[in-house]
Ligand binder design. Structure first.
Ligand SMILES: [Zn+2]
Length: 193
C-alpha cells in the first residue's frame, strides 16, 4: 500500500487501485520497460516520494502490453512538488491517458484473466488456444471480450487504437501548417465527461 494516493488518483480509481495492491499488483510505471513509454521527471517529484517511481524488475507482465490507462498507473502530476508534470508520455498524444479513473482497463482485466481464468475458460469452451485477436480474450460465456476499437466475433476488426477513447476531445495530428488554440488556454484544458 502506498501513502497519500488519494491525491494522485480519481475516486473510483482509488478503490480499485488499492484493491490491486492488496492482490499483489505493482504500479504500472514500475514495469521494467516503462522508459519505452514514459519519461519520469525526477526533479519535479516531491523529495520523499521519488522511490514511488522506482522500476521493479521482478514484475511479471503476463505478456500484456504496457498500459498507460491501467488503474495501477499514476497520473501525470502524481506527487508533483510544484504542480509540474512528473510523468510525461513519450507519445505526446497520450498525455491525458495516465491515471484514468474509470476502474480496470482492458489490459488490467486481460492480465488478470491470463493469471487466473483463461485456461479454465478455454477448456470449458472446447478451445485448445485463444481465438480472440488484438488483445481480446475468451469470456465465461465463450464469447470474445474485445477491447474498445475492435469488434466481434473474434475482435479481428480494428477500428481505432487502444487509447483512442481516452484522448482529449481535441487531440489531432496536424499535418499542414495551421493555427491551433487549446480551449481554456493558457489554463489547463479540462476534459468534459
Ligand atoms: Zn499505489
Amino acid at each position: 500500500m502506498c501513502q497519500q494516493e488519494k491525491d494522485v488518483l480519481g475516486q473510483l480509481g482509488i478503490v480499485v487501485h488499492e484493491i490491486g495492491h492488496a492482490l499483489g499488483f505493482y504500479h504500472e510505471q514500475s514495469r521494467p520497460e516503462r522508459d519505452d513509454h514514459v519519461y519520469i521527471n525526477t526533479d519535479n517529484i516531491l523529495g520523499n516520494y521519488r522511490s514511488n517511481f522506482d522500476i521493479v524488475h521482478a514484475i511479471e507482465n503476463y505478456s500484456v502490453a504496457y498500459d498507460l490507462s491501467s488503474v495501477m498507473h499514476y497520473r501525470s502530476k502524481a506527487f508533483s512538488a510544484k504542480g509540474n508534470t512528473t510523468i510525461a508520455t513519450k507519445n505526446l498524444r497520450y498525455q491525458s491517458v495516465p491515471g484514468q479513473r474509470d476502474g480496470l482497463s482492458h489490459r488490467d482485466i486481460l492480465a488478470n484473466m491470463i493469471y487466473g481464468c483463461t485456461d479454465t475458460w478455454l477448456k470449458n469452451c472446447n478451445r485448445s488456444s485463444e481465438i480472440c485477436q488484438n488483445e481480446g480474450f475468451t469470456g465465461r460465456d465463450c464469447k470474445c471480450v474485445c477491447r474498445s476499437g475492435t469488434s466481434s466475433p473474434n475482435c479481428a476488426k480494428v477500428t481505432f487504437d487502444y487509447y483512442n477513447n481516452l484522448l482529449q476531445e481535441y487531440t489531432e495530428v496536424v499535418t499542414n501548417g495551421t493555427v491551433i488554440t487549446s480551449p481554456n488556454y493558457p489554463s489547463e484544458y479540462e476534459r468534459s465527461k
